[in-house]
Design a protein around this ligand. Structure first.
Ligand SMILES: [Zn+2]
Length: 133
């Protein structure tokens, strides 16, 4: 629901003390925002049940200390099959915005989500992406 809230996000952005997750993963609150955004279905295929949270910009690309890595725009809740496809077809995944180069920034990178180009934001929302339909 939309209650997921500007105030909460403001706190997450400004206070490192509210990061409750493991140091390499998203906080529980952020993970919940991503799960809520997905609504139970895979954010790539829209068909299968979402099971795994995927980092669009991988943590290993020198980004583990960048808080954007664990913000909602960098995270998608996807099914196991799509996760395997993303990891095994990286060029295609980059073309679809499922993998994002760190220099681009996940909130700036359009993503093909359930067949629609959108931009994800760090509040756990998304909007259709102008110009790349
Ligand atoms: Zn899927």
């Amino acid at each position: 629901m939309g209650v997921v809230v500007v105030g909460l996000v403001g706190r997450l952005r400004t206070g490192t003390g509210s990061w409750v997750g493991r140091s390499t993963g998203p906080s529980r609150q952020v993970a919940q925002q991503v799960v809520d955004r997905a609504g139970g279905g895979c954010e790539i295929c829209g068909v299968a049940e979402a099971q795994q949270i995927h980092h669009r910009t991988p943590r290993g690309m020198g980004g583990s200390r960048d808080p954007a890595i664990n913000m909602p725009a960098n995270l998608i809740h996807i099914c196991a099959g799509c996760h395997v496809r993303v990891e095994s077809k990286r060029v295609q995944a980059e073309g679809n915005g499922h993998l994002v180069r760190r220099s681009q920034g996940p909130s700036e990178a359009p993503i093909l989500r359930r067949g629609v180009w959108v931009l994800l934001d760090d509040e756990g929302g998304w909007m259709s992406c102008p110009g790349s339909s």
